[in-house]
Design a binder for this molecule. Structure first.
Ligand SMILES: [Zn+2]
Length: 374
């Protein structure tokens, strides 16, 4: 595969950057574009970003990469180590670049990828989730990754929420939009690719920051391949921008507890967006009917939060009965159940349904992957 034709085009309200991706199979050929806030990225940032975005695809297709740009020396040196994490251990693709160059360190500011979920809110609101010396200045939201093909009214709600969160926490919001997944979803699973998408999108901002944070999730406690991981995240770094993990090794329930204790609790609980589904309308932002919604909601109940959570619809026995828990892992669900048993914070009727579902799903061969959750 080849990546070339890098372009940076300044528009009135945003900057568009793009590169041409050409493959052995011409049906895959595509110009991948990003729109960025008015800040114009450097040429070296554009090279590093597209290199990060291209390499996993070369590994997944087992096609040698001919990258027509100058890449960070550190990034070029480390990137082959990503293979086991993105489920491409056996790939033999070679990576050819024009040359490599040591990047200069960016300004003393940090950015956090912010997707509005429990992990993101925790990374933002609990200072212990990050290195003490890092000055969190930017929240970065990527439209086209988390929000892939969703309705425009939902997007309007989302931008308004992101602006409120940024204002309340004195951060600057950076919104990136991209068509990246139109290409990558044809080549490899988003489960393995999403870390490259996040890190690559963030690299465009290397002229305004020197640290980028990716929030950990419960998958960080497993050894299975996954697109973001404690040992994988820093491999996307350059000399100019360090990519770090926020929130490790806390699990979601513990993060929910920290959010509930935060002075910004009300802000978080009215804006948390955790649903698997692609909502068409703002009022559907958390459907309350999928495994991920139930898991998010019950994390807060499990840590003793008794009030209504505005971002979720009310939970009823009939709704809970229809939810298939197997989208999450057994260990996570047992951890939530055990905490709920201890603090009795769910009605006996709902608790009965949850206990039954966990026992039934166990019998169906639900694999227990995380066993360190009490
Ligand atoms: Zn949902």
């Amino acid at each position: 595969m080849k990546v070339d034709q890098f372009k940076i085009t300044k528009k009135e309200k945003y900057t568009r950057v793009s590169a041409r991706f050409t493959f052995v199979n011409p049906d895959l050929n595509k110009t991948v574009w990003f729109t960025l806030p008015t800040q114009i990225p450097t040429k070296s940032a554009v090279f590093d970003a597209f290199f990060i975005l291209a390499v996993p695809l070369a590994y997944a297709l087992n096609e040698d990469l001919d990258f027509k740009g100058i890449v960070s020396t550190q990034l070029y040196r480390d990137i082959h180590k990503i293979k086991p994490f993105i489920n491409q251990r056996k790939s033999e693709a070679h990576l050819k670049v024009v040359s490599t160059q040591k990047r200069k360190k960016g300004p003393d500011a940090a950015g956090l990828f912010f997707s509005m979920g429990i992990d993101s809110f925790h990374s933002l609101l609990d200072a212990s989730a990050r290195d003490a010396n890092d000055n969190l200045t930017y929240l970065i939201f990527i439209k086209g990754c988390e929000l892939y093909r969703s309705g425009s009214s939902f997007y309007t709600w989302l931008i308004s929420s992101l602006n409120k969160i940024a204002k309340a926490t004195h951060a600057t919001l950076l919104i990136v939009e991209t068509n990246l997944r139109d290409l990558t979803d044809q080549i490899m699973s988003w489960n393995y690719y999403h870390g490259a998408a996040i890190a690559g999108s963030g690299m465009f901002f290397s002229h305004v920051l020197s640290t980028l944070y990716i929030s950990s999730c419960d998958e960080y406690l497993l050894d299975d391949p996954w697109g973001t991981a404690l040992r994988l995240d820093p491999l996307w770094s350059t000399e100019g921008v360090s990519i770090k993990t926020a929130g490790y090794p806390m699990i979601k329930v513990e993060k929910a507890e920290a959010i509930v204790k935060s002075p910004h609790r009300a802000l978080a609980l009215s804006h948390i967006w955790t649903c698997w589904k692609q909502p068409a309308h703002p009022e559907d932002r958390n459907c309350g009917r999928c495994e991920k919604c139930l898991r998010g909601l019950l994390c807060f109940k499990a840590v003793g939060y008794r009030e209504n959570i505005p971002s979720f619809p009310p939970l009823t026995v009939s709704v809970m009965e229809k939810i298939d828990l197997r989208g999450g892992c057994l260990g996570t669900w047992q951890g939530i159940r055990n905490r709920l048993r201890r603090n009795g914070n769910l009605s006996p009727e709902l608790m009965k349904v949850l206990e039954k579902k966990i026992e039934n799903n166990k019998r169906w061969g639900w694999i227990e992957k995380i066993n360190l959750l009490q």
